[in-house]
Design a protein around this ligand. Structure first.
Ligand code: SF4
Length: 640
């Protein structure tokens, strides 16, 4: 369908759309309201604004999988503009994996489409009486029966919905894992872009919402477009497209495999070791040798996506054999992303190839499972993306089950290095079949059931990402204090420690390092800049100034970052989270790494305790990790 063209400039004289779409799935109704501009001034967008809307929309104690939980899609003030690396969409909800507040973001182009449709946020509550697809076509919002796509993989769902609705629609969907309420289910958009962590896909499944399809034909305009474009162009030329960031284009995140291996922090065999004998086979060069195309999110100058020609899996055909008959496999019989349907031309750039895997997937589903077969990892990644599973948590739980077997604690059919059983796991997990039902409940559940708590690599119920804290002590503090459980995207001190010049084996100065990172990323993910652009608060402030038509300073953004982090903590505190939940597993604290540059190291418990106490003190929180009234007043959060 042809674009309906320019529909006028939104009110407000800035780059917000100015409207919030509310959706009640229980009543199958929707309505709009003006954006709360007081909140937008304090929280900007994305993570922060999503947290603020969540606070009022969802009472404390709400079951994450109940109709009362809210699923919030949120853009930022720069989404849809020509500010580079701002094309992502934020998602906020309460996590079924951890019970914490949860925010993720997903790349592609669905975020800008939502903004062009006229919305800064979509706040979805309730549960539909039957599976539906929410269709947002500018100001026309409707519900379609999901009969034809419920039960199908995310890839096929996208193809079917775009065939039915029009190619301009952008889709974000949950897969069979989300429909089956698996707490490690993610959301997928444009086949290989995920809102990955914490079970956001299960929240969507619990609402009987298979997908959201969005088409926006409106426009955005900064108060002074000439000034905005000049600023964006200069920032792209002088800051984005420089050596600091171009690794994302050249190799993308697979280059971290080599860095982690050299630093001895590459998770291997469920974090039993920090180096992997097969690291080269899953590293950047091996990935580059298979590359056939690149891909970027909307308006990104980096284009980190690698489309790979998928090689034969070591145990050939294991993945295809595991594909659920009549489930998420296409009726034409070809798994999307591995060739499409016979006779059809390509329906997606790179079709016939597979996008990814990223570093976290290479580490968690590769070395951490004892798998050095890149073809098998690519297939595992493709299965997870299509079935709607977070590869980090899926890899983590598979590796934990492998160690359970190695130690004769339980036999869930998985062994380190065994490709056949490894490739069956995602399908069983997503479908909740056999051992998949137990695996899908995560590492913490398995440890409670079978033992192995000391090597259960999780915090707050979220499985570890790909950095071994014994070789980067600040990273341990970052995992322990992350708002959504063990996460590398709240603070990434590993860049300064294991990959930089700071001593990784000291707690000195690490509390402030982690705090700085948490504030920086809080504002970055509220403006929804991509993580891969290492831009300064000053540059972010410059973008805000030209987009919003008022002078925004770096200090204002730093304060907003602290405000957002504290609001996240408040949302967790009201659910009962305290100091006892800011922990590290015994393996990290008590069992020295056996090899590599960090051999013989633990994070000594007394150092961890001291870092945590300093962290609370610097934050103005009490010794139980609760923000004090004085701190809340300082941040304008009193009353919450
Ligand atoms: S760097 Fe990669 S993830 Fe980030 S916006 Fe660009 S393409 Fe998307």
């Amino acid at each position: 369908m042809a674009s309906r063209g320019y529909r006028g400039r939104p009110e407000g004289g800035d780059t917000y759309a100015g409207k919030v779409l509310r959706v009640d799935l229980g009543g199958m109704s929707s309505w709009t309201e003006p954006l709360n501009r007081d909140w937008a001034r304090l929280f900007f967008g994305g993570k922060g604004l999503g947290f603020r809307y969540f606070h009022d929309a969802v009472p404390a104690g709400t079951d994450p999988l109940s109709p009362g939980n809210a699923l919030i899609f949120v853009t930022g003030p720069l989404t849809g503009t020509l500010a580079p690396c701002t094309g992502k969409l934020g998602v906020v909800t309460r996590s079924p994996a951890t019970g914490t507040i949860l925010d993720c973001s997903v790349g592609g182009t669905v975020g800008p489409q939502l903004k062009y449709a006229g919305y800064d946020l979509v706040v979805i509550t309730g549960r539909a009486p039957h599976p539906v697809v929410l269709v947002i076509d500018d100001d026309r919002v409707s519900f379609r029966e999901a009969n034809g796509v419920w039960g199908r993989g995310c890839h096929e769902t996208e193809f079917l919905l775009r065939d039915a609705l029009g190619a301009e629609f952008r889709i974000i969907s949950t897969g069979p894992a989300g429909e089956n309420l698996v707490p490690m289910a993610c959301l997928t958009s444009e086949l290989y872009r995920q809102a990955g962590r914490g079970g956001v896909g299960a929240v969507m499944g619990s609402k009987h919402l298979k997908a959201v399809a969005v088409r926006g034909t409106g426009s955005l305009a900064a108060p002074d477009m000439g000034r905005f474009l000049e600023f964006a162009h200069r920032a792209m030329r002088e800051d984005l497209l420089t050596d600091t960031n171009l690794w994302a284009y050249t190799d993308g995140t697979p280059m971290i495999v080599g860095l982690s291996q050299s630093a001895g922090i590459l998770p291997t065999r469920n974090f039993q070791s920090g180096t992997f004998a097969g690291a080269e086979a899953i590293g950047a060069e091996a990935v580059r040798s298979l590359r056939v195309a690149k891909k970027s999110c909307f308006g990104c100058g980096l284009g980190c996506g690698n489309f790979l020609r998928a090689p034969a899996v070591g145990a050939a055909g294991a993945g295809a054999g595991a594909w659920p008959a009549g489930g998420s496999r296409g009726e034409a019989g070809a798994a999307p992303g591995r060739g499409g349907e016979a006779g059809a031309g390509p329906r997606w750039p790179g079709e016939g190839a597979v996008e990814g895997p990223e570093y976290e997937t290479l580490a968690l589903t590769g070395s951490n499972c004892g798998i050095g077969d890149l073809g098998a990892i690519i297939e595992f990644n493709r299965l997870c993306d299509d079935l709607g599973l977070d590869t980090i948590s899926t890899g983590g739980v598979v590796a934990f089950a492998m160690e359970l077997a190695e130690r004769d604690l339980a036999d869930l059919g998985l062994r380190f290095g065994d490709v056949d059983s490894y490739l069956r796991a995602p399908v069983l997990i997503a479908r909740g079949e056999g051992v998949g039902r137990q695996l899908g409940r995560g590492v913490r559940y398995l440890a409670e059931r079978y033992g192995g708590k000391e090597f259960a690599m999780e915090v707050k119920g979220l499985e570890f990402p790909g950095y071994e804290p014994r070789g980067s002590w600040g990273m341990g503090l970052a995992y322990a204090t992350s708002d959504r459980g063990a996460c590398h995207m709240r603070a990434w001190p590993v860049a300064d420690e294991a990959f930089g010049s700071l001593d990784p084996f000291t707690g000195e100065g690490k509390a402030q390092l982690v705090i700085n990172g948490q504030h920086q990323n809080s504002i970055k993910f509220s403006l929804i800049f991509c993580d891969f652009w290492a831009l300064s608060p000053e540059l972010m402030a410059g973008f805000c100034s030209v987009a919003l038509g008022r002078e925004v300073t770096a200090d204002e953004l730093r304060l907003a970052g602290e405000r957002i982090w504290n609001l996240g903590r408040l949302l967790n505190v009201r659910e009962g989270f305290r100091r006892e939940h800011d922990y590290l597993p015994a393996r990290v604290l008590e069992h020295p790494l056996p090899d590599g540059p960090a051999a013989g190291r633990v994070v000594p418990p007394e150092v961890f305790r001291a870092m945590l106490e300093e962290y609370y003190r610097l934050r103005g929180w009490d010794e139980d990790g609760v923000p004090t009234p004085a701190k809340l007043a300082e941040l304008g959060l009193e009353g919450l």
